[in-house]
Structures are given as C-alpha cells and as structure tokens.
Write a protein that binds this ligand. Structure first.
Ligand SMILES: Cc1cc2nc3c(=O)[nH]c(=O)nc-3n(C[C@H](O)[C@H](O)[C@H](O)COP(=O)(O)O)c2cc1C
Length: 352
C-alpha cells in the first residue's frame, strides 16, 4: 500500500488530488509544453503570464497564450497588472477563456514589468496589493490565487504580511517563490521563508524555487510544511522530473530514467504540438531551445546543438533530431521513425 505524502486540496469546485503544479514560465509553458507536462502527472497547470494591458489590446498572440486544452482542466490563467480596474477586467476575460482559476502574478522580477509597479514591485505597496486582490476576487466567480516572491529585497521581506493580506482579500491559494525580487534567480530559494507564509495563513500554500528532483521536493516539503510544490526551470527539456516529484507526492516508487526511444517520443510529440499550435514557422523558432534543452547532458549533445541550431527547415529539424535522439539508443527502429512523422498514428501510441 502506498501513502500519499500530501493530501491535495480543494479549490472551489475542484479537488487537486496531486498537489504538483507546473510553474508558469513566459515563452515556455505554452499549450504544447503543458500538454507534455500533463502526461507526467501534473495536478495543476498555469498559463504564461498575460499582462492586463495586453488583454485590453486584444492581440491574437494573447488569445493563443490563453488557450487551454480540453484535457488540461482544472487550469489557471495567470494575469498581471497594477491597476485594479484593468486587472479585474483581465480576470473576467480569463474566465471567459475557460480559466477554472485566475492566478495573479506579483512575483515577476522583470524590469519592464516592475517599472509599471506590477509583478514583484507591487510587494512594496501592501495597500495596492489589497486593492488589486479585492478587485479581482469581486470581479470573478472562480477561485483567485496569487503568486509572490518573499519581498522586494532582504531588508524588506514581507511574505507573512502579504500572505495574510491575500487570505483576508479572499485569495484561495498562495504560491511563494522563496526568493526576493532583488535576488532575481541568484542564490538559493529560502524554503524557510515559504514556511513563514504557510504558518501565517490557512489557505493552501504552494512552495516554489529550486526543486530539481525527488530529494529537493521532499526537502522543501519538510522544511516549509507547504501543501503542494511548483516546479519550473528543472522541467525545461526534462519533463521526467515531474514524474519523479509525482512519485514523491503519491508515495509511488521512483520511475526509471527514460530510454532513448521514450525520450524521443516525448520530444517528437512536443514538436508535433508546437507545429499544431503555432504553425511551422513559429514552431521552428521555438523548437530550437526546447530540443537543445532535451539534449542537455546527453552523449554528443554539444555537436548536436551546434548543427541543430543552424537548421530552419521543419522536416530537416525533425529528421536531424530523430537521428540524434534515437541514435542514443544505438539503433533506430523504422516504425518509430514513422511515428515521428505521424505522432498520432497507432505506431506512436504503441511505442509509448
Ligand atoms: C523563463 C522564465 C519565465 C518565467 N515566467 C513567469 C511567469 O510568466 N509568471 C510567473 O509567475 N513566474 C514566471 N517565472 C518564474 C517561475 O514560475 C518560478 O517561480 C521560478 O522559475 C522559480 O521556480 P524554479 O526554481 O522551479 O524554476 C518564470 C521563470 C523563468 C525561468
């Protein structure tokens, strides 16, 4: 019998059985990426951050960013902004686009966002935080969640205050990335600081920052007492890490490392989803970073990277990538190569 490490939690009408959340990452966690991650047991996915002003402009790209897959639900759309009226409007728009939850980003450290006193810059103005949160909670009839850092800098950490404000304003789940804005992505995430937020409120707190494998997930949970974990950068090119963390959370045995053909099937499926979602031209640009990430640390990856990043033709990219990833297994099966070209064919399903 297996014992689940964390019981999951309820958000509105939904129960998140396995409290494993995929971190929103702008330019990365689009629908194709999330579809891949969902296969590894993620309990909750969040869209890339959508600026409330972008919603106002009604761009096609914004629409694509908000697109949720049929099998992704319950899923969250993340919005950002500092003007309560705009953010509330963006939240209504997100619900109109199928969001089961609206997540508000007050953790983004990017200069362009902070200059508009949005993202993590808002943490310096607790009254503004409350105004924005209240406006969004009042605007929509789905659970509203919040993602923060631990404060602006070391001298002004206010993670407990913000956590309490969030709960008072009706926020139903809080994610804490255990770094200050000043840290950007340097140093270590403080899992102790995540624990401060957890101790301050009774809503579910998701711990985030520096989970890279089963051991770090277990440690973060032990140190912070968090109700769930969110994994970001470690998933780039390595969705298998989600399977590991899923096993930690559910008490299942750790999965074996992927074989060469299993790895390639995930890569090829990801490429297929990219082409379907973005069209081949954009997919070819986006595929470069993903495929190179997938090759990281594998035999011959430096040479592969050099040749792959010069390619522009989609079919050639598929062929070169197939040759590399399947070559890692020492042999290439023709039926697997076929499945590369037609990822939804029975051969592909069989090979998985
Ligand atoms: C390229 C990149 C883009 C990101 N975009 C977002 C975003 O749109 N919204 C957000 O809340 N956090 C964003 N983050 C932060 C992550 O969600 C996460 O908090 C951070 O990477 C720490 O978690 P990790 O150590 O597991 O990567 C981004 C991070 C990276 C590396």
């Amino acid at each position: 019998m297996t014992t689940q490490l964390l019981p999951g939690f309820t958000l509105g009408n939904h129960h998140i059985d396995v409290p494993l959340v995929l971190a929103p990452m702008a330019g990365i966690t689009d629908l194709p990426f999330r579809k891949i991650c969902k296969r590894f047991g993620v309990g909750l996915v969040v869209s890339e951050m959508i600026a409330s002003r972008a919603v106002d402009m009604g761009r096609e790209r914004t629409e694509r960013m908000a697109e949720l897959g049929d099998d992704e639900h319950p899923a969250s759309i993340q919005i950002a902004g500092a003007d309560p009226v705009f953010v509330a409007e963006a939240a209504r728009w997100a619900v109109g686009h199928g969001a089961d939850f609206v997540d508000i980003n007050m953790g983004c450290p990017v200069k362009k966002i902070c200059k508009q006193v949005a993202g993590s810059a808002m943490l310096r103005d607790e009254k503004l935080v409350a105004r924005v949160l209240k406006a969004v909670v009042e605007a929509v009839n789905v659970p509203v969640t919040l993602k923060i850092r631990t404060g602006w800098d070391d001298t002004s950490k206010n993670v407990e205050n913000i956590a309490r404000i969030a709960e008072d304003c009706g926020i139903q789940m809080l994610t804490v990335h255990g770094r200050t804005r000043a840290q950007m992505f340097h140093g270590h995430a403080s899992w102790e600081d995540i624990g401060l937020a957890k101790a301050a409120v009774s809503i579910p707190v998701i711990g985030n920052g520096d989970i890279i494998d089963a051991t770090s997930a277990r440690e973060m949970i032990r140190i912070s007492g968090c109700d769930g974990v969110m994994v970001g950068r470690a998933v780039q090119g390595n969705p298998w890490v989600l399977g590991e963390v899923h096993a930690v959370l559910t008490g299942a045995p750790l999965p074996a490392a992927p074989t060469a053909s299993e790895r390639w099937l995930i890569v090829s499926e990801h490429l297929h989803h990219l082409a379907e979602h973005h069209g081949i031209r954009t997919a070819a640009k986006l595929a470069r970073k993903h495929v190179i990430w997938y090759s990281k640390g594998l035999h011959g990856s430096a040479e592969f990277r050099q040749s792959f990043q010069t390619l522009t033709d989609w079919q050639q990219m598929l062929d070169v990538a197939a040759g590399y990833f399947l070559g890692l297994g020492g042999h290439v099966h023709q039926h697997i190569l076929e499945s590369v070209r037609h990822p939804s064919s029975p051969e592909a399903a069989h090979a998985v």
